[in-house]
Design a protein around this ligand. Structure first.
Ligand SMILES: [Zn+2]
Length: 457
């Protein structure tokens, strides 16, 4: 027996297409047909009305961190938060010195029984073993993207349990990634040698505000690292991805470099699109990279509009408020964000800045799916793709209340803020996992996404 259903009456938002009124036929978790509105289907096919709503491909959050909470439960709580935010697929990072064989088995054990949406992994690289193991990680675990912290020199990464590396390591890592078929190296771009000197001066002056935190990590240190990574990548034929880009300066360098080398991919996060160093949220808004100026914020919107930025993802850390309510230099970095992505893009992008719905769809669906080897299974509304949908009410105004959204974290940068445009239904492989703010799926329903390297140029 095939399981069929039809989503009827919605306006479909597809990257590269005009907005279209289409009914979507789903069969066994995949898209089986795109039909003219009201077209007859076989008798007895369950009809789900999405009249008056917009249907996006299932949205993807390609930047989530695992390991900052009690591990057993976070796969459930954070994927509940994802479902509430209209996210149908997440990609989570592990930070680790050891070989990934044990880590992968352990985390899969936790995740398989708990995830409510589909999920995949990125591995961080810090040891020699990770370079030699790279090819095996792709083949054995279906992981095609690897994080490298350009800032973790010496003891800098110790707080996350990572050994220090240097540009020589980075060079060999990129060369190996290129050799095995252009696996993606996700580069945290920050020149920490400059940051450390500037930070000491800022601290010596008694700086302790969000602005001081930003001052200690100048945009130049992000842009310079991007340039170094792009030159390395071009020289070695490697594929690089810059997560959480936060500054105009970095975007300007990326635009220049793209004209000579194409394998450069760029992400920003919702908080850089909404908040600045002048936010009154203080340490709650401490992140790395830091929130910057209004000019940087607007440059990031421009970067989305002109295609420089291909992915918007959250950099989600499920921390508690208590870890943030400390003096600036001691407070934890990062914050929860998965559920904010879609409402922020709709409220601030579509409603306030006139960004098209298709462009918004691209940065959260086809963009991340293409970069991270999930197309055409994910990120598309096409026959044969997974029946993942984010159904949105563009005019729904809702106050962002963390307690309603299910994360382990107990705060948000958007707390008590009214955002306009919300997901009202999240559908993963044909099954509704969230409807009107209620979770309707089951923990353990989410499937692991094995990825493989496509043919790259
Ligand atoms: Zn991150």
């Amino acid at each position: 027996m095939t399981q069929e259903l039809i989503l009827r009456g919605g306006t479909v938002v597809r990257p590269g297409h005009p907005l279209e009124k289409l009914d979507i036929l789903v069969s066994d978790g995949r898209i089986a047909g795109l039909l003219a509105p009201g077209q007859a289907v076989s008798e007895g096919t369950p009809v789900e009305s999405v009249e008056g709503l917009h249907v996006f491909p299932g949205c993807i959050d390609a930047h989530v961190h695992f390991g900052f909470t009690e591990k057993i439960t976070e796969y459930e709580t954070e994927t509940a938060y994802a479902a509430q935010g209209g996210i149908t697929t997440i990609l989570g990072y592990f930070l680790n010195n050891e070989d990934y064989a044990d880590v992968y088995q352990r985390e899969q054990g936790y995740a398989q029984e708990r995830c409510r949406v589909d999920y995949g992994f990125h591995f961080s690289t810090a040891s020699e073993q990770h370079i030699t193991g790279l090819e095996g990680y792709v083949k054995d675990y279906g992981v095609t993207s690897f994080k490298y912290f350009m800032n973790f020199k010496g003891e800098e990464g110790r707080y996350l349990g990572l050994d220090g590396t240097d540009d020589g390591y980075f060079y060999d890592l990129l060369a190996q990634a290129a050799r095995i078929g252009k696996a993606t190296i996700v580069c945290h771009t920050e020149n920490v040698e400059i940051v450390n000197r500037v930070r000491r001066r800022v601290q010596a002056e008694g700086g302790e505000t969000l602005r001081d935190w930003a001052r200690a990590k100048p945009a130049f240190t992000e842009a310079e690292s991007c340039v170094r990574a792009m030159l390395f990548a071009e020289h070695l034929g490697a594929r690089v991805y810059f997560p959480h880009i936060s500054s105009r300066l970095a975007l300007d360098e990326i635009r220049k470099w793209r004209q000579r080398y194409g394998n450069i991919h760029v992400e920003t996060c919702p908080h850089y699109l909404t908040h600045t160093q002048d936010s009154e949220q203080g340490t709650l808004a401490k992140a790395n990279p830091p929130l910057r100026s209004q000019d940087d914020r607007e440059a990031l919107w421009e970067g989305i509009a002109d295609g420089t930025i291909q992915v918007v993802a959250s950099d989600h850390s499920a921390r508690r408020r208590a870890t943030k309510e400390k003096p600036m230099w001691l407070a934890a970095q990062g914050f929860p964000g998965i559920a904010a992505i879609v409402p922020v893009l709709l409220s601030e992008g579509y409603h306030k800045r006139g960004l098209s719905l298709q462009r918004i769809a691209e940065v959260v669906t086809s963009g991340p799916a293409d970069v991270f080897d999930m197309s055409p299974r994910k990120g598309r509304i096409e026959v044969g793709s997974d029946a993942d949908f984010t159904v949105v009410d563009l005019n729904l105004e809702r106050v962002f209340k963390p307690a309603e959204l299910g994360s382990y974290s107990d705060y948000s940068l958007y707390e008590n803020q009214t955002l306009k445009g919300w997901p009202v239904r999240t559908i993963v492989r044909g099954v509704t996992v969230m409807k009107d703010g209620q979770l309707t799926g089951q923990p353990g329903y989410g499937q692991y996404l094995r990825r493989s390297l496509g043919d790259r140029v």
